[in-house]
Design a protein around this ligand. Structure first.
Ligand code: NDP
Length: 327
């Protein structure tokens, strides 16, 4: 069978992840990368495909089955998504939870007009976590759903640490509180405050002559960012920082705790421990790009989310093969 032809719009962390993920899927083929930057300044990992100017993207309508959007959620996707849905089947990882319906509406109109499928908010959260929250509350209607994040690198909180005077380098990890998770797994259905669900851990390299206690105090008392949490600050040297704090790990848990029938306690749990957040997110995008291709080929149109995609469509296997191997 012919390979599914995919292209990447926007080449950052996620774009690189998609490049690697496509290479792991023999039924798919990367045909190009589009960037707003000068193509000559964009170096791909190891594919031999052209980098094109984003401004020319319309010209490639007939050469791409699915465009995978790898721009940022804040300003890129709200603009690029509706524009590209006029020409391509698309998948994006839009993660601004509060604006999901707005983004859905903005994509639905152009996608219906062009007869394309525009799949939004794919990844792990939103994405795989969303599906598992839905399974939980649907299967166990009487219960509580909990989402815990971490251990994960938080970009915004790391930036806040780096702005503290005396900090040369800094990162911040969000960790789920072990105690809170234990209570949830135990079926207690506790009401948990923000402070109780997560703790924050910082690793800092000090500027020469900076004072540890002053830096620690400035961090843990920072309103909104750190004050509402139990925050620990660890001081390390530059070599340790480079060796142990250059990756982008993330992950977390979705737990549904409920009761059925004769007060039986039932717990459903889905967990992710990700060595690289963008590479995993990209792997989810690529699997869903396959589903989008199948949906579009069978005549489906409009904006979709993970809730609208039959799970078997993610797989390169036929329905019969899936039944035989995995049912
Ligand atoms: P990046 O900042 O790495 O990339 C975003 C865009 O910035 C790229 O598309 C690229 O566009 C541009 N860019 C990248 N590198 C450079 C550079 N050196 N100089 C100038 N511009 C550059 O973001 P990520 O790839 O890490 O994340 C993208 C989005 O993915 C996030 O905003 C987040 O919302 C979402 N996400 C969703 C998840 C989920 O589970 N749903 C999980 C993780 C992320 P161009 O090539 O056109 O210049």
């Amino acid at each position: 069978a012919d390979q599914i032809r995919v292209a990447i719009a926007g080449y950052g962390n996620l774009g690189r992840g998609v490049e690697s993920a496509v290479a792991q899927n023999p039924d798919m083929q990367l045909v190009g990368v589009f960037s707003r930057r000068d193509p000559a300044s964009v170096t791909l990992l190891d594919s031999n495909v052209p980098v094109y100017p984003m401004a020319d993207i319309e010209q490639y309508q007939n050469e791409v089955d699915v465009m995978i959007l790898c721009g940022g959620s804040k300003t890129d996707l709200p603009e690029q998504g509706p524009y590209l849905a006029q020409f391509f089947n698309t998948v994006d990882s839009f993660d601004t939870h509060a604006k999901v319906n707005e983004h859905h509406a903005a994509l639905d109109e152009p996608a219906r007009k062009s007869g394309k499928v525009a799949l939004l908010s794919v990844g792990w959260d939103p994405g795989m976590f969303s599906l598992n929250r839905m399974f939980g509350e649907t299967i166990l209607p009487e219960g509580e759903t909990y989402t815990f994040w971490g251990k994960g690198l938080s970009q915004g909180h790391s930036d806040a640490v780096r702005r503290v005077s005396g900090v040369k380098k800094g990162v911040q990890y969000t960790l789920p509180s072990e105690e809170a998770i234990a209570r949830v797994r135990n079926g207690e259905q506790p009401e948990l405050s923000t402070r109780e669900k997560h703790v924050r851990e910082c690793f800092v390299v000090l500027e020469d002559g900076a004072d540890e206690e002053a830096v620690r105090n400035a961090i843990v008392t920072m309103p909104d960012y750190f004050e509402p949490f139990d925050t620990t600050v660890n001081f390390i040297d530059e070599a340790t920082f480079a060796a142990e704090h250059s990756a982008m790990p993330h992950g977390g848990f979705v737990i549904r705790s409920g009761e059925t029938g004769t007060q039986s306690k039932q717990t459903m749990e889905y967990s992710l421990a990700l060595g690289s957040n963008p590479e995993f997110t990209a792997s989810v995008l690529v699997a869903y790009a396959r589903a989008v291709h199948k949906m579009a080929s069978s005549g489906d149109v409009g904006a979709k989310t993970v809730f609208d995609v039959p799970p078997g469509l993610l797989s390169p296997k036929s329905p019969a093969q899936l039944r035989k191997d995995l049912l």
